[in-house]
Design a protein around this ligand. Structure first.
Ligand code: NCD
Length: 301
């Protein structure tokens, strides 16, 4: 495995997380025009699950950095003829691709790719991890609050099936934040500290809402569709009870009117579209790192 691959938030130290966030901020400022010195590095994007934000913000980041971004049509690849993921990536490596961005429904799909030399960036594996989403979430909180120590983050909804919840729990606790989980009891995750949404709401600095992951089998036996918002979602009434200075986040796609009232998606306290802009910045930082470039301002490694 290439040492600059990014497979899980567990791979990153606090120093490395901070270095990526600092680079992302510089990509928003003085280093916005920075490009990879090698011309036309070939990056293969393989999305075996649906994606808008992650896929196309990776692609935007790749193109901005001067890479050649190639979408591998996973539905039309020989995977559909029974070829393994390993043989597919090994083939692409031999065909001259320099980096792989992969999203797959299998948790830890990358375990079968250990002997691949080129860097792999995980764009989401099942319900396990979503490191670049986590980094853009961290960037959004850092811009808002300056630091993570003592920050109170409530993540609400379908926790059980959410890789975003898993990556954020690990990283935010590592950085000193308090992370609490709310939502239907059948979607609680073992070992994750749960709270009552309405009780914790006035204390939370960040209210992060999650989509119901139906593609991972999420369903609720005892809640009618129209009832979900009132019972577990962010309504206008709950919005009014948020702490002063608190923000709304959501990795999106948003199901308007289900986990969040449609009018709140672009409300004053919402940072949902800001998160999307931040996605390009952190992905630029992670691709730069993936190609072995040191953080801005330090010696090349
Ligand atoms: C998330 C994902 O795919 O895990 N979306 C994203 O990457 N922005 C969350 C989701 O799909 O609900």
């Amino acid at each position: 495995m290439n040492k600059y691959s990014l497979l899980s938030m567990h791979d990153l130290s606090v120093e490395e997380i901070n270095a990526i966030l600092d680079d992302a901020l510089l990509f928003d400022n003085s280093c916005s025009d920075w490009q990879l010195p090698q011309s036309k590095a070939l990056v293969a994007n393989l999305f075996f699950e649906a994606s808008t934000r992650t896929h196309y913000s990776f692609e935007s980041a790749e193109l901005q950095l001067g890479c050649k971004a190639v979408d591998i049509a996973t539905q039309a690849s020989s995977i559909t003829k029974g070829e393994s993921l390993y043989d597919t990536i090994r083939t692409l490596e031999e065909a001259g691709y320099d980096m792989f961005v992969i999203r797959h429904s299998t948790e830890r799909y990358y375990d079968e790719l250990k002997t691949i030399d080129k860097p792999i960036l995980n764009a989401g594996d099942g319900a396990a991890d979503h490191p670049t989403q986590c980094l853009l979430d961290l960037l959004t909180m850092k811009q808002e609050f300056g630091s993570f120590e003592g920050l109170k983050v409530m993540i609400a909804g379908d926790i059980l099936h959410s890789r975003v919840a898993a990556s954020n729990r690990y990283a935010l606790e590592l950085l000193g934040a308090e992370v609490r989980f709310a939502g239907p009891a059948e979607w609680a995750r073992e070992g994750y500290p749960t709270v009552d949404f309405d009780t914790y709401l006035p204390e939370a600095d960040v209210v992060m809402m999650l989509r119901i992951q139906k593609e991972r089998g999420a369903s609720l036996s005892n809640v009618a569709d129209g009832d979900y918002l009132n019972r577990y979602g962010l309504t206008k009434e709950r919005y009014a009870r948020m702490k002063k200075g608190a923000i709304i986040m959501h990795p999106a796609p948003v199901n308007r009117g289900v986990e969040i009232d449609s009018d709140l998606v672009e409300a004053d306290r919402s940072r949902i579209f800001k998160q999307m802009a931040n996605g390009v910045l952190v992905r630029k930082a992670v691709i730069k790192r993936g190609f072995g470039y040191a953080p801005f301002g330090s010696e090349n490694r």
